[in-house]
Ligand binder design. Structure first.
Ligand SMILES: [Zn+2]
Ligand SMILES: [Zn+2]
Length: 340
């Protein structure tokens, strides 16, 4: 959903949008039209998923969606009229188009395994994850392939992203890669092969210099895809919410997929980034490293560490009885913990 003025707009692939009025807290339907002579490029039935949207000025832009389309459309929210800017719903790969005031499109995924299941053209054994980065110039209506410079994210899809006006940076978090091989080694030397990956890394992009930076964080939300990242227009604060993972990738009690409902803020050492140097005085050994806990005594990372059963309420973890004993004095003095 995208917010413009006092309303949140939900595009579902059809000419009718769902609108939530943020003042009256009421839902309504918005019926729109498309410019004369332009056919509606999506399936008229809907609903559509896996597209990207953004708002610039008074227009809602929509890119792609299921079926591997590279459709790019704009809905003028003053006139409720669509304009089809580029792209088609053909299944043929089109290499000449993707696949100041700019809209950026980055990476994404051709869901070839789903196409194979549906016996559609373009199907294959693996999904294809894109590695290209494009900008659309709103004023001269042209696509440009951008060079990836600096420490840019690896190719992926289902990332969370937001543009922070306060910092002048785009922020990207996490995502998914459908055909990346990764060997996971546990502390007991067991190995597991994953043929996909979920990410938990953070990147910022400066459109003025065209440079990406990998943000080194002290603690981070767990690896996940389809999280939502928003920049509060009033305070400039960045919030991350939700997303999903599966229980094979991150050990969990849940049998099937795992949906997150946690909220995080990101503070960056940049003007407008809500940076507070005092945060660095927090004990690194109490930071949450995605799904992993750290042992307060030795700093090791793992998932089965025992919570302290003392008065700290289990805020600190220890990997063994020996570590609990060895770190107990410091934990008691530093955090005022005591035996219950
Ligand atoms: Zn330990
Ligand atoms: Zn304790």
């Amino acid at each position: 959903m995208r917010v413009w003025e006092d309303k949140a707009y939900l595009f579902v692939g059809t000419l009718t949008l769902c609108v939530f009025d943020l003042v009256t807290e009421q839902w309504s339907l918005l019926r729109t039209t498309i410019q004369r002579g332009q056919p509606w490029p999506y399936s008229p039935i809907g609903p559509l998923g896996s597209y990207s949207t953004t708002v610039l000025d008074h227009k809602l832009y929509v890119f792609s969606g299921e079926d591997g389309q590279n459709i790019f459309m704009a809905l003028d929210l003053l006139t409720n009229k669509w304009e089809h800017l580029s792209g088609t719903s053909d299944h043929h790969p089109n290499l000449s188009s993707p696949i100041s005031r700019k809209i950026y499109i980055m990476y994404g995924c051709a869901n070839r395994t789903q196409a194979a299941l549906n016996q559609e053209p373009g199907g294959g054994e693996n999904d294809y994850t894109y590695d290209d980065f494009w900008s659309y110039h709103v004023d001269n209506k042209k696509w440009t392939r951008e060079r990836l410079r600096g420490s840019y994210p690896s190719s992926r899809t289902e990332t969370a992203c937001a543009f922070s006006d306060a910092m002048g940076r785009a922020v990207v978090y996490g995502g998914y890669h459908g055909s990346m091989s990764m060997i996971e080694m546990s502390l007991d030397n067991t190995r597991r092969l994953h043929t996909y990956a979920y990410f938990g890394d953070t990147f910022v992009y400066n459109p003025d210099t065209n440079i990406w930076q990998h943000v080194l964080v002290r603690g981070f939300p767990s690896y996940r895809a389809t999280a939502t990242l928003v920049s509060d227009p009033d305070t400039g604060k960045l919030y991350l919410y939700g997303g999903y993972n599966n229980s094979d990738y991150v050990p969990a009690n849940h049998v099937s997929g795992r949906a997150y409902n946690d909220v995080w803020t990101l503070k960056l050492d940049l003007p407008g980034g809500h940076w507070n140097p005092e945060d660095l005085s927090r004990d690194l050994r109490a930071e949450k490293m995605g799904p992993w806990m750290r042992c307060f005594t030795c700093g090791n990372c793992g998932v089965t560490w025992q919570k302290c059963a003392g008065a700290c309420g289990g805020k600190y973890y220890f990997c063994s009885k020996d570590c609990h004993r060895a770190g107990w004095k410091e934990h008691k003095e530093k955090h005022g913990c005591r035996k219950l």
